[in-house]
Design a protein around this ligand. Structure first.
Ligand SMILES: [Zn+2]
Length: 434
């Protein structure tokens, strides 16, 4: 069932030099890599997103551990190739501490042999799902600083007009210093301003799916991501999935048990059938007081913010910007910018110099007009090939895959990788268990 871990580890532990065992190699023939540390870790699978396998590997240029994502079978259909191209363009567009971006893309072979794409991103050891289900203690400070960073990253995405559409704990990567980055843009797309245009229903893992999507709304907005964040906030507080249903109908049942039966006005985005179904049910009163029982961290302030995220009507749901202005997030913001961010710094005199803009927006919206011009797989392939070549940074040694490496066979054949043992969160920055 699992990718053979012993094979991968055996290859690296067998004493082979790093150059022979590592997946990544320099593509320059006479390149002499700098001396790498003796205790270099073996390449290994760390997980998989909606559309690709991710491995932890070593960059031969600096010995740094990075994540290598393989996007296989890119050119099977026009839809899939355009989706991959969109994700790739987004990864190269993002410049924000709480959003995962591309560090490098491996240069493709000649167009005739161009089948798969390899992207290098920063490596984060864990994700919020693994942390929530672990025995790791989560303090009120942890929850605040995680929620702050989710909203901070999401504000940036929404300001670029990007809807993530699959915000869930597993797509929120976390490193040992509790820095969080939103990842996996396989389902992300640009917001559709035209309300008459239909949008796909196949979005968002069911537990985090907004009621308007569950009720068949043809058009939806960035509010779907806010709903997902509300569900995750509740999950952080209670250490269990807030609305864990077997199917979409039951999902809606659980939501209305908490929020009460929605009014006709609240359901105006829903399709006719879903509205009729809802009205046939016995009316339920709201039961928000249940949220106080999630945990001792569910303070009045926390529940007040949570209730504004978990609003049935997407037009009345709080925006990310307004959520960031809620007093509950003041401590998370202060902690983040005191010792975790890269936008503020401490002077030699020990004074903290804060940035002018704590939650920056994107400088410009993400452009998706190029997508409409692409009408065939071959066209996408040619454009993507050109795009990747353009990303090669001048002065940087290009990387390639080393097919002779011990781990390559396993990597090349892995379609689904399994998370292995991950280190616990470090107790740095004073976020130790109490
Ligand atoms: Zn800062």
């Amino acid at each position: 069932m699992s990718v053979s871990m012993s094979l991968v580890q055996g290859g690296a532990a067998g004493g082979a030099p790093q150059g022979a065992s590592a997946i990544l190699a320099a593509a320059a023939p006479y390149y002499q890599p700098p001396a790498v540390p003796q205790d270099v870790q073996p390449d290994r699978p760390i997980g998989y997103g909606a559309f690709g396998v991710v491995w932890a590997v070593t960059d031969p240029r600096d010995g740094r551990r990075v994540a290598l994502k393989k996007l296989p079978n890119v050119f099977q259909s026009l839809v899939s190739s355009k989706r991959v191209f969109r994700e790739l363009k987004m990864l190269c567009f993002f410049k924000h501490e709480n959003v995962l971006s591309a560090l490098d893309i491996l240069q493709p072979p000649h167009l005739d042999f161009f089948q798969e794409i390899y992207v290098i991103t920063e490596l984060l050891q864990s994700d919020l799902h693994k942390i929530i289900v672990s025995p790791q203690h989560l303090s009120a400070d942890h929850i605040k600083v995680f929620l702050y960073q989710i909203l901070r990253g999401l504000k940036y995405l929404h300001s670029a007009r990007i809807l993530h559409r699959d915000i869930k704990p597993g797509n929120l990567l976390v490193n040992s210093n509790c820095v969080l980055k939103i990842c996996d843009f396989g389902l992300a797309r640009v917001e559709e301003p035209d309300q008459a245009k239909h949008m796909t229903q196949e979005v968002v893992t069911q537990y985090y799916r907004a009621p308007e999507i569950l009720m068949g709304a043809r058009h939806y907005s960035s509010a779907v991501d806010v709903w997902s964040v509300g569900c995750i906030f509740g999950e952080l507080l209670g250490r269990r999935i807030l609305f864990q249903a077997q199917n979409p109908v039951q999902q809606l049942e659980l939501i209305t048990e908490l929020l009460g039966t929605p009014t006709m006005e609240d359901m105006r985005h829903a399709c006719e059938g879903a509205r009729t179904h809802m009205l046939r049910r016995a009316p339920k009163p709201p039961s928000f007081s249940v949220l106080y029982t999630l945990s001792s961290h569910a303070t009045h302030e926390a529940v007040h913010l949570l209730c504004q995220m978990l609003v049935f009507d997407p037009d009345k749901r709080i925006s990310v910007t307004d959520a960031l202005a809620h007093p509950y997030l003041d401590e998370g913001r202060l902690r983040y910018h005191s010792c975790m961010c890269k936008c503020c710094f401490t002077t030699s005199a020990g004074m903290r110099q804060y940035t002018a803009d704590f939650e920056p927006s994107a400088g410009q919206p993400f452009d998706d007009l190029w997508e409409r011009k692409l009408t065939s797989v071959q066209q996408v392939k040619e454009e993507m090939h050109k795009f990747i070549a353009e990303q090669l940074q001048t002065g940087r040694v290009p990387l390639c895959i080393n097919p002779q490496s011990a781990a390559f066979k396993s990597f090349a054949s892995s379609t689904v990788a399994h998370p292995s043992e991950l280190p616990a969160l470090a107790s740095s920055m004073g976020m130790t268990a109490k």
